[in-house]
Design a protein around this ligand. Structure first.
Ligand code: KG4
Ligand code: ZN
Length: 349
């Protein structure tokens, strides 16, 4: 089954075609990132206007790539070979979401194809099901149930995935998301104006020795729940920086270590509590090398399987949206699991 998916939840405009939920046939991602650097963060109005500008070129390029990859004579042939459409319906910026949903609805109507609504966070989980030359065949290798940690610029959530379409929300951040905290600390240190997670991580890696002391707190690490809080950690870094900092790599290393420790400890606590043998990571922050390294160590120690998406599937794209649509197409929970509207497309499924 071939699904063409559209993702426009934030500042990426993406299209992709995936076969049977695991084989990436083609993928296109456009981003309005550069327009948000000056403001040091996303202005939703700017993001949605860029979505409008990018949506048709992205869909058209996705179809061109599909033609090339499968040797179709023209776009009509390509469309005939698409079985369904999928679109992200939330969570996300409403102005951005509406652009993708409207485009998907119009195409579904014109092409007479079913339209599958996908939750963006569920989508991130499915980055682990895509076959990849480096990671090998993945879809069938992922044994469920699994504990999923979703860490992005907007979310930090722990989810128990019992099966496709059967998710239980375990907990999440009470304030800032982990990625947001990375971005704000990077800005505070003057090393990046926008989306500074990877820059901060690169600075942290410059610190020559193992961590000599614990400068910052590990919020909620000892609490017997699956919630997180990162705003206090951000304030602790701010207080420290205000005293005058001349060792940026040290601060980055200490901050990164604090975030990673909390994320790993709480995820592993969920693994123990629910007795699962699989951990799935997803979201932009799962690109963090220190996070990957610590998770790998813990997974080896416990003899459980760890799945981490390839770097290009950590950040927003439509490949995992198509995969999530395939594996969850008959499950209602796809939209309902996390609070956000379906934008009224449920009737078209
Ligand atoms: O999933 P994503 O592309 O967008 C959202 O849905 O939010 O995640 C973007 C987030 C940003 O906060 C970015 O700074 C962070 O992921 N990020 C990282 C790294 N690469 C991206 N954070 C820490 N270390 C990284 N290497
Ligand atoms: Zn995302």
């Amino acid at each position: 089954m071939r699904i063409l998916a559209i993702e426009t939840s934030c500042d990426e405009t993406a299209g992709a075609v995936v076969e049977d939920g695991v084989r990436e046939v083609c993928s296109v991602v456009a981003s309005s990132k550069e327009f948000h650097v000056e403001t040091g963060g996303i202005v939703p109005e700017v993001a949605s206007r860029k979505q409008l500008e990018f949506i048709f070129p992205v869909i058209s390029e996705t179809l061109d790539k599909l033609c090339k990859s499968e040797n179709y004579r023209n776009t009509d042939d390509a469309v005939k070979n698409i079985d369904a459409l999928a679109v992200t319906v939330g969570p996300g910026l409403i102005g951005s979401l509406v652009v993708g949903v409207s485009a998907a609805k119009a195409l579904a109507l014109a092409w007479e194809k079913p339209l599958i609504p996908v939750n963006h966070l569920v989508g991130h989980i499915y980055a682990n099901f895509i076959e990849s030359p480096v990671h090998g065949a993945r879809g069938s290798a992922v044994n469920l149930p699994a504990v999923c940690l979703l860490v992005s610029g907007g979310h930090t959530d722990l989810v128990l995935m019992k099966d496709h379409g059967d998710f239980e929300y375990l907990g999440g951040t009470l304030d800032d998301a982990a990625g947001e905290c990375f971005d704000k600390v990077a800005r505070m240190l003057g090393i990046s104006k926008y989306l500074g997670g990877s820059v901060l991580s690169a600075e942290a890696a410059k610190y020559p020795q193992e961590r000599p002391f614990i400068l910052f707190p590990r919020p909620m690490i000892d609490q017997d729940n699956f919630d997180f809080s990162f705003s206090g950690l951000k304030t602790a870094v701010k207080r420290y920086v205000e005293q005058g900092v001349n060792d940026i790599p040290l601060v980055c290393r200490e901050f990164e270590e604090a975030v990673v420790s909390v994320l790993v400890t709480k995820t592993m606590r969920a693994v123990d509590k629910y007795g699962v043998k699989t951990v799935l990571l997803g979201g932009g922050v799962s690109a963090n090398l220190r996070l990957r390294e610590k998770f790998k160590k813990e997974a080896e120690k416990r003899k459980i399987s760890l799945f981490v998406p390839p770097l290009n599937l950590c950040t927003d794209n439509a490949v995992y949206i198509a995969s999530a649509a395939f594996f969850n197409r008959s499950h209602k929970t796809l939209v309902e699991i996390f609070a956000d509207p379906s934008l009224g497309i449920m009737d078209t499924v």
